[in-house]
Structure formats: C-alpha cells, structure tokens
Design a protein around this ligand. Structure first.
Ligand code: SAH
Length: 233
C-alpha cells in the first residue's frame, strides 16, 4: 500500500507534465525566480504554478514565456516578469471575497493570476486590440470571474466602485486620486509610480477605516507608462 501511494505520488507530476509540457518549466520558474526571491504566500505560488503563461502571448515569443524577464505582447506593451507578477499579487493580499480593479489588462495574464484568489476581477485596457484579444483568451481558458472593459484607467470604473483592491500594471506619474477614491476603507492599492521609465517605484497605498491613506515605496521598477485617453470615453 505504501509502495502504491509512493508510486502514485511519483507518477502524478509525470502525468501532469505529459499533458502540459510547460508544467515543469513553471515549477522551475516558481522555485528559481519567485520563491528564491522571497515570495512566500502559498496560494500565490500555487496559482503561478498553474496559470499557463505561454497561452497569454503571441506564438512567436512563447519560448520566452517562463524566462526571468518581461515579454513583449505587441502594441509596444509587455507582460511583466513572472517575479513581479507574483510579488505584486502577494503585496495585494487578495482574499476570496474581494472585488478587484486592474488597470492595464494587456494580455490578461495578471487578471488570470488574480482570478482564483479573489471574488471578481474588473480590468480596464486602453488599446482596443489588446482588450479584445485578452477577453478572448480569458474566455477560451474558462475564466468566468473576470470582466474586461475597453477604456481609460485614469477614470477607474465608477459603476463598480468601491473596490477592496486595486492594481495598476502601467505606471502613472502619480497614482490618480480618482482611483484612490474608488478604494474601500480598509482597502489596498499596488502600483508602479513615476514620471519617467527610469525612477519608478512600486508603491502600496493603504486606506484606513477613517479614509486616511498611507503610502510606502517597496521596490524600484520599470513599467510601461500609463497613457492618457481622450477626455471623453
Ligand atoms: N497586466 C498586463 C500587463 C500590462 S502592460 C498583463 O498581465 O499582460 C500595461 C498595459 O496597460 C498595456 O496593455 C497598456 O496598453 C495599458 N494601459 C496603458 N495606459 C492605460 C490606461 N490609461 N488605461 C488602461 N490601460 C492602460
């Protein structure tokens, strides 16, 4: 019996890897890039092992899917480095009841990582082609608690506000007050912030029960800038 259990537990990963040739690469990515740099939240590590990152990128760059770097997804945009996705997700401290707003859908990968950890993800993308293809990818892969909207993230999503958590994956010069206003008391926002590509900081803004906010910088980062949309949306 002991032998059978052992054999079964050895066979299980092999079976998974046979079905998904990328599972081994993801395991390696999690160990060497993410755990090694200090991300510890087991739910975050688990989801990073499971989300098929390669399916969120165009075929010509899929070989880079699990490399320790950001990957271009077209229209001058990139999917963040796996470590940064995991670290920002951990900083967000997501919970299963949370309503989350993401600014910068891009490929949809970060939204997919958040999906099993929260109640619902509302995500806004300003480039129509990216919004359309991310929505199609997420639908095809069966994510049913993510809503993608084409629009300008500077305005947030007032119809769905307030949010427990807000994450920006494009960098504004300064986190827009409209977004802080759409955060619940007790809520938390994670964003890259900075006027130029060099000199951005990853910041965490916490809103206390009395509505007061506190901001701390946690890491120098380099994100694509958050662009301004037309005044009318
Ligand atoms: N989260 C994405 C990566 C995003 S890259 C992923 O997991 O793939 C940043 C994205 O922000 C780009 O797709 C860019 O078009 C978008 N963006 C830039 N300015 C924006 C704005 N004002 N509102 C919404 N999206 C914006």
């Amino acid at each position: 019996m002991l032998f059978w259990t052992l054999a079964a537990s050895l066979a299980a990963p092999a079976l998974v890897w046979a079905q998904d040739p990328y599972a081994g690469k993801r395991e390696h990515m999690v160990r060497t890039q993410i755990e090694a740099r200090g991300v510890r939240n087991p739910a975050v590590l688990d989801v990073m092992r499971r989300v098929p990152r390669h399916l969120f990128m165009p075929e010509n760059v899929r070989a880079l899917a699990y490399a320790d770097q950001p990957v271009p997804v077209g229209y001058g945009q990139t999917i963040s480095q796996p470590y940064i996705v995991a670290f920002m997700t951990e900083l967000l401290a997501p919970e299963r009841t949370h309503k989350v707003l993401e600014i910068g859908t891009g490929s949809g990968y970060q939204a997919a990582v958040l999906s099993p950890l929260v109640g619902h993800v509302y995500t806004i993308e300003i480039v129509p082609e990216l919004a359309r293809s991310a929505a199609a990818t997420l639908k095809k892969l069966g994510y049913d608690n993510i809503t993608v909207r084409l629009g300008d993230g500077y305005k947030g999503w007032p119809e769905q506000a307030p949010f427990d958590r807000i994450i920006l994956t494009a960098a504004p010069p300064k986190v827009p007050q409209e977004l802080i206003d759409q955060l619940k008391p007790g809520g938390r926002l994670v964003a890259p912030e900075g006027a130029s590509v060099f000199g951005q900081e990853l910041v965490v803004i916490e809103k206390a029960a009395d509505g007061k906010t506190r901001k701390k910088s946690v890491l120098p980062v380099m994100f694509v800038p958050m662009v301004r949309g037309p005044e009318k949306d």
